[in-house]
Design a protein around this ligand. Structure first.
Ligand code: DOR
Length: 383
């Protein structure tokens, strides 16, 4: 069998070559100027189905993921219905079975993500990647404690969107709830993952918790690593929650990514309709798309600038999330041309969402081929 003998491999993964009708693919992509990465795994995406298919569908979101080197994603539960019991999860389970990438849904922590009653965690556990009320924090401490106790018994992670609305300052909103949740994780022994961290204080709290032996992990997103308040324009493309903070916060996040305090990078891919993002910074809905820009902007902005190593970036986008969320990636890989330079143009996205702060950024890095479980799920027309 012809193999990828010339392509340079980066990162740890079990390679399984494409097996179906891919002879042509081998000859096109078996070149020494290309690199092979393990499949990327994004533990924080919004594919909006069921409930909001005018913003995104599982098919359009998954197509964008496959074209960007991803082979697995975890879908957030702010849907309609909210997957708070198996009956409410079923519509999503039916839709994801045909997706080109592996799609692992989250179950919600509370019924309807309303923070009043705990979901049927036991009924959902066999079908979900983890539990989260993404989009909102869980204000009731007693409820969060009980959810953690039950998740600990189930061997499931809780992925916390940490935001305590009792505080005015968005930075404080985040770290105060992280601080409380870390205490609860310590008390209950629940494995805890912190979603999209964006502040210096959050980094400090998680670094300290890891030092003390807590079973905690966290993610940040490309926009928190590459942007700060000086770069924000009065445009919906810069509107997301948590918001972009000061250069000091960005610096702390970059340091934490390099030293491993930040385990992984997730995109928080959150598509909305064009009209919902066209109301200026103040009035646009929170959320930007991320899957189709993540690697190129991070490679160009961090690796090419000598800020983060390529190996660490690939680990943060693939091996680290796969390990923490027990998502298998063997047989999943992608071939990239890291010399291909172009300008980010949302018009070419497969996702229905087009709003990104990276619109117009010059980048390096084009995904040529994505293989999931030995089968090609994306082949670029370009080369
Ligand atoms: O920017 C965001 N978008 N933050 C959230 O917390 C929710 C998400 C969404 O669902 O659009």
């Amino acid at each position: 069998m012809v193999g990828f003998d010339k392509v340079k491999k980066i990162g740890t993964f079990t390679e399984q070559l494409p097996s179906e009708g891919c002879e042509d693919v081998f000859s096109r992509f078996n070149k020494s100027e290309y690199v092979m990465f393990p499949g990327f795994c994004d533990v924080h995406v919004h594919f909006r189905e069921p409930g909001f298919s005018y913003k995104e569908t599982i098919a359009t979101g998954a197509a964008g993921a496959a074209a960007s080197g991803y082979t697995a994603v975890c879908t957030m539960p702010n849907l309609n219905p909210v997957p708070d019991c198996l009956e409410h999860l079923r519509p999503q389970l039916e839709l994801i079975s045909g997706a080109p990438v592996s799609v692992y849904p989250y179950g919600s922590i509370t019924v309807g993500e309303k923070g009043r009653e705990i979901s049927d965690l036991e009924g959902l556990a066999p079908y979900v990647a983890a539990f989260s009320d993404d989009g909102v924090g869980v204000a009731d401490k007693g409820l969060m404690r009980e959810a953690m106790q039950r998740c600990r018994a189930l061997g499931k992670l809780i992925a916390g969107h940490c935001e305590d609305l009792r505080y005015e300052d968005p930075r404080e909103r985040e770290w105060r709830e992280i601080e409380r949740n870390l205490r609860l994780a310590d008390e209950t022994g629940c494995a805890f993952h912190v979603c999209h961290i964006s502040t210096k204080e959050s980094v400090g709290l998680i670094r300290e918790a890891k030092r003390s032996g807590l079973d905690v992990s966290c993610e940040t997103a490309p926009h928190y690593l590459l942007l700060n308040t000086a770069l924000i324009e009065d445009d919906g493309r810069f509107k997301m929650n948590p918001p972009i903070h000061r250069a000091e916060d960005q610096g702390a996040l970059l340091e934490a990514l390099s030293d491993g305090t930040i385990d992984m990078i997730a995109t928080d891919h959150a598509p909305h309709a064009a009209e919902e993002k066209a109301r200026g910074f103040e009035k646009s809905l929170n959320g930007i798309v991320g899957l189709e820009t993540a690697f190129p902007v991070l490679y160009t902005g961090l690796v090419m600038e000598g800020i983060v190593s390529l190996e660490r970036l690939v680990e943060a986008m693939s091996t680290a999330p796969s390990r923490r969320f027990s998502i298998p990636l063997s047989g999943d890989f992608a071939v990239w041309d890291l010399t291909h330079d172009y300008t980010i143009d949302p018009a070419g996205f497969r996702s229905k969402g087009r709003s990104t702060p990276f619109d117009g950024w010059p980048v390096l890095g084009k995904c040529l081929l994505t293989v999931r479980d030995g089968k090609a799920i994306y082949i670029s027309e370009d080369k």
